[in-house]
Design a binder for this molecule. Sequence first.
Ligand code: NAD
Length: 335
Amino acid sequence: HPVMDKILVTGGAGFIGSHFVRRLLAAPDITTVTVLDSLTYAGHRENLGEAFLSPKLAFVQGDICDAALVDTLVAHHDAVVHFAAESHVDRSFFAAGCFLATNITGTHTLLDAATRHHVTKFVHVSTDEVYGPLATGRADEDAPLRPTVPYAASKAAADLIALSYHRTFDLPVCITRSSNNYGPRQHPEKIIPLFVTRLLQGENVTVHGRGQHIRNWLHVDDNCHGIELVLRTGEPGCVYNLGGGTDLTGLELTGRILAACGAAADRIEYVPDRPSNDLRYAMDCTRATALGYRPQRDFDQGLTETVAWYRNHPERWAPLLHAEQPTTPAGACRV
Ligand code: NAD
């Protein structure tokens, strides 16, 4: 196996990155985990919390577009796991420039440094949204990329650039594409924490259109397990779909959240659909399964634990409810 004692994790103060950092810190063979995170509205040192007690963890506040900083950091690490991104679809409708800068230019900056310093593995964390909507069937890793929203288009661009660095420079790149994650510490702008925190405050929740959009919900621990497998054993140049969670329509998801919060169905308000709200995403995960990937977490149990986290930690999300929003036309998109 490639040497990977020292790992650079970008975006480690965000939702998924902070779970992944804990997983790496628990691995006996990994000696150093350095987080590079610029702490945008979505990144918080508190997400790493007790992980800071580990002598293995170092934290650097900085931008992945800062080529000099990235070069220095990559030079001192064996492998890179790249989570840092602008990640909220609705923001990408109004602030696409930030998405292109971080998701495309930032990824390119990291790939350049990783090539110069011959890292043993570069895992680029991506999304099922790059495949775009599928009326039927499942996208395998060779399916065409048909992103429909600026967020997904910026991730697809980054995926293609990453793969080109494998072909052109033999950089050992792997890409993971996961479905929608849920779990503790997700920013309250995302649908599950948004609904949970609204219900905990006695407010209503809003369902877009008729709530028929299908998404696959994967517990963040399952995604992080898949990413670790790909880091350790993924074949360079390969993409790995990480899905296999629970498929739910928006309305079904809302019902599960209402139940987990002990709220009644009259808390639902219907609002007009948002732009380009893809009807269905679905992935084939055979390739990751061959590495040993098996989502373990039961959705209702994971959701109950997630609700408990938000119930027990209002100090973590209440100050974020009024995070700066890009300008939104009235009624356009809140979820
Ligand atoms: P997040 O928004 O919670 O975290 C992103 C982190 O990146 C934050 O800590 C932020 O401060 C940091 N960051 C943003 N711009 C930066 C920059 N220019 N330089 C350095 N740091 C920067 O996102 P998340 O939900 O944890 O997603 C992590 C990754 O997983 C993203 O690449 C996202 O596209 C991908 N992904 C997420 C999901 C999901 O359901 N959340 C699903 C599939 C893929």
